[in-house]
Design a protein around this ligand. Structure first.
Ligand SMILES: NC(=O)c1ccc[n+]([C@@H]2O[C@H](COP(=O)([O-])OP(=O)(O)OC[C@H]3O[C@@H](n4cnc5c(N)ncnc54)[C@H](OP(=O)(O)O)[C@@H]3O)[C@@H](O)[C@H]2O)c1
Length: 320
């Protein structure tokens, strides 16, 4: 089969589009014929071998040569213990080595694809939308009527976060740059702040929940913009912001009534089904910026690395 592989860490130039052996599922896995994948900042960290991340795929060179996590496709074969899926089922979720014609995935990282979604739309969902969902619902304890601000509302996580927050009945403020203002409105934001013109942390407005989908302010700025019992949840953003949150979030939460937390999303079957229902109800529609064929995955990573994707970047997989 065709796949994207790399034998060393580095920039997108290390990615090769080549022939590799088709994988075989273990007893608890399914083999998926992939029709689309999507790109996440995580893929970039695994590609470059970011210092802490390297502990997972291998210190000197990547133990697994494949790359990519988000997929949508059709089940080709199932392991001996698999009861949840059958060959022919259309599924979405995460796996190792998603930038390929085929990959194996554990059943608890998959769900049936939303009936009304294309493979491309479904592949855009798993990592980004689950991050948004868990940040808002589990960490942010979102409630109907809450004033919720999403900082970094125009990227993969942010475009899902705006729509998911609306589906919970929140009043949503999206923060993005000028060229994304119209998109933020079109996906349901009640208010849009252009960060090139206005600093929301200094406006005096207070929010019950702030999701730092792409946090670029200091933790103290975000906390200033919270209501007295507000919660600031950081999913991602600048390295300084993430380290600051990892070091200070628990301490600051302990001191006052405002809460702060950093979290790592846990991709699971239950939340994929939750998102499937939102997509089927039309409450969430993936925003896709660009599509690249599998052979151009390196270009997709180059575009992601510029840091200004307008929604998700999708990789389409044509089978010969
Ligand atoms: N914690 C977790 O488990 C988890 C899971 C997934 C992702 N993440 C992290 O979450 C972050 C976002 O992921 P993503 O998939 O949404 O990335 P992404 O799609 O690459 O984000 C790109 C977006 O970020 C926006 N942006 C850049 N600088 C900004 C700024 N100063 N203020 C506001 N927005 C800004 C850009 O908008 P403009 O062009 O308008 O600037 C662009 O639309 C990343 O750091 C990622 O590593 C964490």
């Amino acid at each position: 089969m065709k796949a994207i592989v790399r034998t060393q860490y580095g920039p997108p130039d290390v990615l090769q589009f080549t022939d590799v052996a088709k994988p075989a599922p273990t007893d608890d896995e399914v083999l998926i014929r992939i029709h689309a994948a999507s790109v996440n900042p995580l893929d970039r960290y695994f590609m470059r071998g970011a210092p802490l991340i390297r502990l997972i795929p291998g210190l000197r060179t990547p133990k697994h040569q494949g790359l990519g996590a988000d997929i949508a496709g059709r089940v080709e074969a199932v392991g001996r213990h698999v009861k949840q899926f059958r060959p022919g089922d259309e599924v979405f979720g995460v796996c190792r080595g998603a930038f390929a014609e085929y990959a194996c995935a554990p059943v608890d990282k998959l769900a049936l694809k939303p009936a009304n979604s294309s493979f491309e739309d479904a592949a855009a969902v798993p990592v980004a939308a689950i991050t948004a969902l868990q940040g808002l619902r589990d960490k942010g304890r979102i409630q109907p009527g809450h004033k919720v601000l999403v900082d970094g509302a125009s990227g993969g996580v942010g475009t899902f976060a705006v729509q998911i927050a609306k589906s919970f009945g929140a009043e949503v403020t999206a923060v993005c740059s000028t060229r994304n203002v119209d998109t933020a409105r079109s996906i349901g934001a009640d208010h849009v702040i252009d960060y090139t013109r206005e600093d929301f942390t200094r406006s005096g407005q207070r929010y019950d929940l702030i999701l730092g989908a792409n946090a670029h302010h200091s933790i103290f700025d975000y906390r200033r913009a919270l209501s007295p019992d507000g919660i600031y949840v950081i999913a991602g953003g600048g390295l300084a912001q993430i380290f600051q949150a990892m070091l200070l979030a628990a301490l600051l939460s302990w001191i006052g009534s405002k809460k702060t937390c950093f979290f790592i999303a846990n991709i699971n079957h239950k939340d994929l089904v939750f998102l499937k229902d939102l997509l089927e109800a039309g409450k969430v529609v993936p925003v896709i910026d660009r599509r690249y064929p599998l052979s151009d995955a390196a270009e997709a990573l180059r575009y992601l690395e510029q840091g200004h994707a307008q929604g998700k970047i999708v990789i389409t997989v044509e089978h010969s």
